[in-house]
Design a protein around this ligand. Structure first.
Ligand SMILES: Cc1cc2nc3c(=O)[nH]c(=O)nc-3n(C[C@H](O)[C@H](O)[C@H](O)COP(=O)(O)OP(=O)(O)OC[C@H]3O[C@@H](n4cnc5c(N)ncnc54)[C@H](O)[C@@H]3O)c2cc1C
Length: 285
């Protein structure tokens, strides 16, 4: 769906509770965790996104600049509390190929520059929630990249909170271009550490083989190293696959999984089965 087609009629006022840099200072990538308090009830779930309409005029001549950000946390609030929503935003800059000038992405810079107490407008939520399968023995394969980890953080938390006796395997594969981009899983903070002692949970990090280069993430090593278990999971009719992050994740995974399964046809067939059975969910951008 095109961004112009999203329904932006219902708008909510949200005030900034906090804005914290999640990537290390020495990392070029600035990703911030922004906690918002919404003025009234808004029901949202992991896997969904909210909209940020920024009134213009903007340099490209458009009146409203509208972008989407995934729900990164869904803390339950006490009755009477205003709902709180967390997003993880990467500050985006572009170097123009011809002029060499640097341009700042409008929405991401607007959000990353917010200070506690500032008020913004949000819309949504949009998209399908990442559903938790009813069968507690189902296996979940979560694969994300960059800020694509954000919906998984919300999802894993939601899952172990609502289904503490989850029995199926939960495997999280998360890629970044450098170790410094590992939001939620770096030296300073590890939001998934809470789940490491659960027998069902394992998380794996993949980084680019040449940090600083825009090479694809080393999915192949990370996934191939665990190929036996992944193939077993993909063969199991109870396995659900979730993808999140930049669209390139899907193409990279297609290659890796085609390789793991022995041919592109085999993987395409399996992917179609997963999708047809409602066992394939993606939040890609
Ligand atoms: C469903 C969904 C969920 C998302 N979730 C997240 C999330 O959780 N976290 C997150 O950080 N992002 C997320 N995004 C991405 C986010 O919506 C924005 O696209 C991103 O932040 C960039 O927006 P911006 O306004 O900062 O940049 P923009 O101002 O829109 O600039 C980005 C675009 O304009 C082009 N551009 C801009 N300036 C130039 C220039 N000078 N020369 C050439 N090209 C230029 C770029 O090619 C690029 O396509 C999500 C997107 C979708 C669709």
């Amino acid at each position: 769906m095109k961004l112009d087609d999203y329904d932006k009629e219902e708008q909510f006022a949200a005030s900034v509770v906090s804005s914290t840099r999640m990537t290390e200072e020495r990392s070029d990538a600035e990703i911030r965790e922004i906690v918002l308090e919404i003025d009234r009830d808004m029901a949202y779930a992991p896997g969904q996104s909210i909209g940020i309409p920024i009134p213009g005029p903007h340099p490209q001549g458009h009146d409203v600049h509208f972008r989407l950000y995934s729900v990164a946390d869904t803390a339950p609030s006490e009755p009477g509390d205003k709902p709180r929503l967390t997003i993880a935003v990467r500050r985006v800059n572009y170097i123009d190929e011809y002029s060499g000038e640097r341009y700042d992405g409008i929405a991401s810079n607007y959000l990353c520059d917010l200070k506690p107490g500032d008020t913004i407008t949000i819309t949504g939520p949009y998209g399908y929630a990442f559903e938790i399968p009813e069968d507690k023995t189902a296996n979940l394969l979560l694969i994300g990249m960059g800020t694509g980890i954000a919906p998984f953080r919300a999802f894993v938390k939601h899952l172990y909170r609502d289904a503490p006796d989850w029995q199926g395997k939960l495997r999280l594969f998360f890629g970044a271009h450098t170790g410094l981009e590992h939001v939620y899983m770096n030296d300073r903070r590890d939001d998934f550490a809470l789940y490491y002692d659960r027998e069902t949970f394992e998380a794996f990090k993949a980084v680019s083989p040449r940090p600083g280069w825009s090479d694809p993430i080393a999915w192949d090593y990370c996934l191939e190293e665990r190929s036996e278990e992944i193939l077993e999971m993909l063969d199991d009719p109870k396995t659900h696959v979730y993808l999140a992050g930049l669209e390139e994740v899907r193409d990279e995974l297609d290659k890796v999984f085609a390789n793991l399964m022995g041919s592109t046809e085999k993987w395409q067939r399996r992917r179609a089965e997963l999708a047809a059975g409602g066992r394939w969910a993606e939040l890609l951008y």
